[in-house]
Write a protein that binds this ligand. Sequence first.
Ligand SMILES: *[C@@H]1O[C@H](CO)[C@@H](O)[C@H](O)[C@H]1NC(C)=O
Ligand SMILES: *[C@@H]1O[C@H](CO)[C@@H](O)[C@H](O)[C@H]1NC(C)=O
Ligand SMILES: *[C@@H]1O[C@H](CO)[C@@H](O)[C@H](O)[C@H]1NC(C)=O
Length: 533
Amino acid sequence: MYHLRRIGVAVILILLTWLGLTSLHKHLDPNTHKSDEENEDARWIATSQYWLDRQACRWMGLCGLAHWHPDPAVRPWNRKLEDRELQEILGGEEEGQVEADYVDWDHIPGDGERLRPGDWVGDTRVLKDVPQFVLDHAPLIHLYSGEQFWPSDIREHLAHTTAYSNHSALNISHLDLNNLHTLNEGRRGRDLFMHSKEDVEVRPEWLGSAYNKPIPYDDPDPEDEPEEGELEFVEEDAGEAPSQEELETWFDPYGAGKKQKVAQPLPNNYRSPRADLRKRLLPEMPKPGGYSPAPAVLVLVDKGDGILDAFWFYFYSYNLGTTVLGIRFGNHIGDWEHSLIRFQNGVPKAVFFSAHSGGLAYAYKAVEKGKGEGREGRPVLYSALGSHAMYAQPGKHPYVLPFKLLADVTDKGPLWDPALNYLAYHLNTSITHGADAKSLTNLPMSIMKESLQPAATNPKAPMGWWWFKGHWGDKFYDLGDPRQWRFVGQFHYVNGPLGPRFKNLGRSRVCQSRGECRIVNSLKEGKKRSWIG
Ligand SMILES: *[C@@H]1O[C@H](CO)[C@@H](O)[C@H](O)[C@H]1NC(C)=O
Ligand SMILES: *[C@@H]1O[C@H](CO)[C@@H](O)[C@H](O)[C@H]1NC(C)=O
Ligand SMILES: *[C@@H]1O[C@H](CO)[C@@H](O)[C@H](O)[C@H]1NC(C)=O
């Protein structure tokens, strides 16, 4: 009897703690708007066929408890992989297997819809080049040493996914980077999903894209070797914080009371100190250190008055969430990350690091710089294990309260130089100037087509994918799906992300969100500011 009562009290205490944690999380979460996933709550819960599961989910936030299973990054028991490895050893090719082809971007056949040089309204000149100062200050990315999900090629990703409207297949074939935008017609972007053809829990090869791991450098910086245990935090001298007058010229070009000027003020007398170092690589050339076969995407936005925003987008086929007490949360198929380097008259001023739904902006001077030939003076960014969120330094970065439950981790793993392989475009966001538009989304196609133009380095770069309104991965699985669960408001699987056009490229200040935007002036200060919206 005594024991029974003790057990009863313990159960009640655990339940109260659980409910307390759940409401504390809700209270502390700065994101007040409901996520797309939360908006479908009633429908989602109803997909479970078990009454007990539905009630536990509704009243206690314990959804899909019976579904819990370990979700390791690598599946050692993966039969399919073994079969494939055997095939490789035998030298045979699997039938029906999509070939990962690495055709140079310049050689992609056209679809007849593409702009030709001079077609851009208001631009009588030929296609614009990528200014050398953008490449000379291009980011260098330290991927995590133990990463399992490496950069992916969006073209290969599309080959392994198929178009869905919510959870039903649309049965449309022949979708590629040139025509992906045709899916938008008559459909709402939020209902469109590029759904994985294979079960991602089987960990098909393309999901991890291990073949896109950057090539190691011949001259590794001794400091770049991953250290054992806790990583030391090195404080760099960031110098003076920019003065108010200085900030006013580049921090908020469309800010209150400012006249919008769209000009072509980029210096053309700029001489690159090492222009010869990064010539375009031809397919037959041996690839240098830092090269990844997965191209990054560079989008240049001229904001007028000498201000140029260089957006670098990084794509990964899978985002593996973090674990808490052995339970994994936040997986999704398709992962778009970005960083922004803002230039004023060819001089880099600030770097924005995207992380989850927010990120942090640093003064350019404050950010760690690369070392070694072709890397000096370039900003170093760290991509977190699994989530690929971007940070300015190695270490642990908690992002979900309470009690720093979920944390990202970064280290000096393989260094990726996206300037060695990228697709470059110029985007004209003048239509949204002054509004800090969240996205160029509800504009007529004719106007949109005029606003994106490939750079002269890749005149035939595909454009359809840019205008795709939908998600780059599966819709979050139903509660009735054995892969799904949700505890303390955190899902095992969430929606695949929308594309880079939804990342507020018309932004006036360097931050992605319209809320607070403060320039961090030292790495030490950045360390204290985590979970910024
Ligand atoms: C997709 O799901 C959403 C949310 O349940 C619903 O509002 C929408 O109508 C669905 N779209 C289609 C095309 O079925
Ligand atoms: C796609 O094909 C499947 C199987 O053939 C079918 O069940 C489904 O209704 C089709 N979807 C559409 C939108 O036509
Ligand atoms: C952007 O488009 C507008 C309107 O079409 C044009 O006036 C402006 O010059 C363009 N900006 C750039 C940087 O080409």
